[in-house]
Design a protein around this ligand. Structure first.
Ligand SMILES: [Zn+2]
Length: 380
């Protein structure tokens, strides 16, 4: 289950494990009375909107793509039948996850059941963290929270929806041995960053197959033998692994490339024009009711550039985020590295560092609007 900030479009702000507070608790019953005529079936799931909202046209293939990717990473065979029931929207989470709402103000998702009776509730389509629990639960897999939540944070990183996970580098985080002693019901937000960080180190050190094999061996969320299983599987104790993790000098690691293939642009065509319809019925638009977003894009700038940005639309906002692969430069101002947000109707000039930028465009409701976004070098 997730406790996350208000909706940021398309996964919005760059998600760091340290700020993405989520909590997973397996709940027993779903008290929904969904309308089957409004659900959408995909290869692996049945998507249920809540209230009067719609599942936007790009969402089914996005969800299926994520389920397939996660299952592939974990080596879980995902059946086409029965389909995984996924309930979307804040009403879904407040209902399906109601046992936790009293304890936490913002509940972004939860997963219940095992095997063929798994149900997922997620406030928005980009709560990929819950998809990870769902895939694992479908494969009858369930692990103590330090491993379960850690792997969910890691594999929530997807193309276009990256997850940045910190390494300890001197932080006073609890280590995996202590985290293993925390019961699932008490595994609150502050434990997620160290859990994600440890699983990130484990994943990068031992590889996907080894880590997924270990997770497969764990079948309970409260498993007294988990530490012994760890030693048998990896050949080192959890305490030894913890020390190696703490000693790792690596910078934060990104999981899931920020860019989707075929959606990365440059200013070689000056101006760069992005046009379309931000319409729930468009195939490149994602949403489940809280708003809708065009599939994430990227902009590569070879050098520091003053960029003129015009957003012609009735609603929505353009965001330029997550600079990476920056060219070494001495002349870029601190402001040129900052995140940018340009509202519909605005025309601005911005100093942008020579980096690859993540480009998001979306709205907070489902009113359709055509858009024309022009980006150009203001000093060609
Ligand atoms: Zn979780």
């Amino acid at each position: 289950m997730s406790l996350q900030a208000t909706r940021g479009m398309a996964g919005g702000k760059t998600r760091r494990a340290s700020t993405f507070l989520s909590l997973c608790v397996l709940v027993q019953t779903a008290c929904m009375e969904p309308d089957p005529t409004r659900s959408v079936a995909t290869e692996y799931a049945r998507l249920w909107p809540s209230g009067s909202t719609e599942i936007c046209a790009g969402t089914p293939s996005f969800v299926d793509g994520q389920l397939f990717r996660i299952a592939n990473e974990l080596g879980v065979a995902l059946p086409s039948t029965p389909k995984l029931d996924m309930y979307f929207g804040p009403e879904a989470t407040s209902d399906v996850c109601r046992s936790l709402v009293s304890a936490h103000d913002r509940v972004n998702g939860c997963t219940s059941g095992l095997g063929t009776s798994v149900e997922v509730a997620a406030a928005d389509y980009f709560v990929i963290h819950e998809f990870v629990h769902a895939v694992r639960a479908t494969g009858d897999q369930r692990a103590p929270a330090v491993f379960e939540e850690g792997i969910a944070e890691l594999l929530a990183g997807a193309p276009g929806f990256p997850a940045v996970i910190d390494r300890p580098r001197g932080t006073p985080w609890l280590g995996p041995e202590q985290l293993l002693q925390v019961p699932n019901s008490q595994f609150t937000g502050e434990y997620y960053p160290p859990a994600a960080s440890f699983m990130s180190w484990l994943w990068d050190s031992f590889g996907r197959k080894s880590v997924s094999g270990f997770l497969e061996e764990l079948t309970h969320d409260d498993q007294p033998g988990a530490a012994a299983s760890f030693r048998t599987h990896f050949g080192i104790s959890l305490a030894e692994a913890e020390q190696m993790w703490r000693d790792d000098p690596s910078p934060p690691q990104t999981y899931g490339t920020p860019c989707i293939e075929g959606r990365t642009y440059t200013l070689d065509d000056n101006p760069l024009i992005l046009t379309g319809s931000l319409d729930c019925e468009s195939d490149d638009v994602l949403g489940v009711g809280l708003g809708m977003d065009v599939l994430p894009m990227c902009l590569e700038l070879e050098r520091n550039t003053r960029v003129r940005v015009e957003v012609d639309a009735d609603a929505g906002a353009l965001q330029l985020l997550l600079r990476e692969q920056c060219q070494p430069a001495t002349s870029a101002t601190p402001q040129s590295y900052q995140d940018k947000r340009i509202e519909a109707g605005e025309s601005v000039e911005l100093d942008m560092a020579g980096c690859r930028w993540r480009v998001l465009f979306g709205t907070d409701d489902q009113q359709p609007t055509p858009y024309r976004i022009a980006l150009s070098n203001a000093n060609p």
